[in-house]
Design a protein around this ligand. Structure first.
Ligand code: FAD
Length: 496
């Protein structure tokens, strides 16, 4: 074991080289260029897990098309409060990216963000009535003022020809469309952020280096134990603050840190799969992200969608995600990840989740037994003329859903993200993966608030934050958000 000595109190450790660590690293260096930062990544490259473009759906989640963000309440009212929060949070991310573009961090924002209209599409009397009601509620809000609604088959065919061709018109169909929706290549974005970060003084990016253990020291610092996977050599190093941005790998490391706040957390991995179209003529006929309604028992992130993607300048067409079950916590992880994560203090919450989520279990069993023909049958609900031979299966990233203690049911399965941090703010970990990369900036502002509360209130940091992310104070009036959206869209070469 080799020891590397730095001045630990001024040193920050970021575990994992995905979009979260990239965002936090840049924010920290902008706020204090004197911070020294080490990023550890177990893979030989950055952005190769969930943040890679092929491993996620690339939707800039603005709640334009995701029906699970706008539930219908028992009295019939559609609640849009979560949609407003998510749309605001995405504008926050855009305002940071626009700042980076205006400071020449990227020359071509279209390498990572492009306009693709966001459409919600439903069929049947009940769903059509819900969509109309949702539209009426949303269009009142300035963030969604551009939303269009149609139940006219001709207009719908203009918006999404593949979805309407060959459709049985005996039941009603309806859609809403937001022309200013986006597709984001989070992989490219992460790579550009790391290229910049790695060029700054005091930043060290260690690829093929896996963090194995974290030990709190009496003086408040942390001992990071890690392995160079190329030379099979172990090292250790003291650091002042640790952010575990390890995606699916965050939970095991959080347990290793032994902080009280980590007790009782468990994780349940759900993998994703897409059908990818291989017919260029078909790909060119679609220009939207078309989101439908989740089937009964399906977790919210399994809402089916027929998606135009722009990956490395090329259009692609994907349908999914289909859920899969694997005991791995990372796509490039180990089958022992799930069993190894079971501990004395999370066994009850994990059992509770198993017992109280029978519809989810049933849904997952049904999903893992699907054949290619079954998947194509699901695709035909969105693209009736789909030909089985024009679609191939691709494996997406792993999502580890958070399991938390719960008084009534022992354990509860959460589908959002959860920031867990030590009381003294020297360690923070991000668990879960939804709404995910789109909200990276607000998630990392939460890390800064939890770990640097005093500095976040200082005039110096406030002024810098105001300059980088003018929307960082989320109580900002909606008119100001719209004003910034206009400016950000111009800088990011997006439509307004
Ligand atoms: C199927 C699917 C669809 C999605 N769709 C969307 C979408 O449409 N829109 C959206 O905004 N978000 C989406 N997401 C979520 C989004 O991809 C994630 O929230 C985001 O990429 C997470 O970023 P991260 O940096 O936390 O993790 P990751 O990108 O997974 O990076 C974590 C890194 O940590 C490394 N690591 C792990 N353990 C260690 C260790 N011990 N030592 C060193 N390195 C380690 C890993 O190798 C990895 O590179 C989707 C996710 C999935 C799986």
């Amino acid at each position: 074991m080799q020891s590397i000595n730095t001045q630990p109190h001024q040193h920050i450790t970021l575990v994992g080289a995905g979009i979260m660590s990239a965002t936090l690293g840049i924010l920290l260096k902008e706020l204090n260029p004197n911070f020294s930062i080490t990023i550890y990544e177990r893979l030989p490259q950055v952005a190769a897990e969930s943040s890679d473009a092929w491993n996620n759906a690339g939707t800039g989640h603005s709640a334009f098309c995701e029906l699970n963000y706008t539930p219908e309440l028992p009295g019939g009212r559609v609640d849009i409060s979560k949609a407003i929060k998510i749309a605001t949070s995405f504008e926050l991310s855009k305002s940071f990216w626009a700042y980076l573009v205006s400071h020449q961090y990227f020359d071509h924002p279209e390498a990572f963000i492009n306009n693709i209209p966001h459409i919600s599409f439903v069929w049947g009397e009940e769903n059509t009535a819900y969509l109309k009601k949702r539209f009426e509620a949303m269009k009142q809000h300035p963030l969604f003022a551009e939303m269009q609604f149609s139940a006219d088959a001709g207009q719908l065919a203009g918006w999404m020809p593949l979805v309407m061709q060959g459709r049985d018109n005996s039941q009603p169909t309806a859609a809403t469309r937001m022309p200013i929706g986006t597709d984001v290549n989070f992989g490219n974005l992460t790579r550009v952020l790391f290229a910049h970060l790695n060029s700054l003084p005091g930043v060290e990016l260690l690829l093929s280096h896996e963090v194995r253990d974290l030990e709190k020291q009496d003086d408040g610092t942390w001992l990071v134990k890690y392995r160079d996977l190329v030379f099979d050599t172990d090292y250790e190093r003291f650091t002042g603050m640790v952010f575990i941005g390890a995606g699916g790998g965050a939970l095991p490391l959080l347990h290793k840190s032994d902080i009280t706040e980590a007790k009782g957390y468990g994780g349940f991995p759900i993998s994703g799969q897409w059908l990818v179209c291989n017919n260029e003529a078909v790909i060119q006929q679609h220009e939207a992200k078309v989101y439908g309604k989740a089937s009964v028992g399906a977790p919210p992130m399994s809402v089916p969608h027929l998606d135009t993607r722009i990956i490395d300048g090329k259009k692609a067409l994907l349908f999914g995600p289909f859920a899969g079950f694997s005991t791995k916590f990372l796509k490039n992880g180990s089958y022992f990840d799930l069993p190894a994560s079971i501990e004395f203090d999370n066994i009850l919450p994990m059992l509770g989740v198993g017992i109280h989520n029978i519809p989810l279990t049933r849904y997952l069993i049904q999903q893992v037994t699907l054949s290619h023909q079954d998947r194509v049958a699901a695709l035909r609900e969105y693209y009736p003329n789909a030909r089985a031979e024009e679609w191939q299966l691709a494996i997406a990233g792993q999502r580890v859903q958070v399991i938390k203690r719960d008084e009534e049911e022992w354990g509860k399965l959460e589908f959002g993200t959860e920031l867990v941090h030590s009381a003294d703010g020297t360690l923070a970990a991000l668990l879960g993966a939804s709404p995910g990369a789109s909200t990276a900036v607000s998630a990392m502002l939460d890390v800064l608030n939890s770990c640097f509360p005093r500095l976040m209130q200082s005039d110096e940091w406030k002024a810098k934050l105001e300059q980088m992310i003018p929307l960082y104070d989320e109580s900002i009036p909606v008119e100001t958000i719209i004003e910034h959206r206009r400016k950000n869209n111009a800088l990011l070469h997006l439509d307004d």
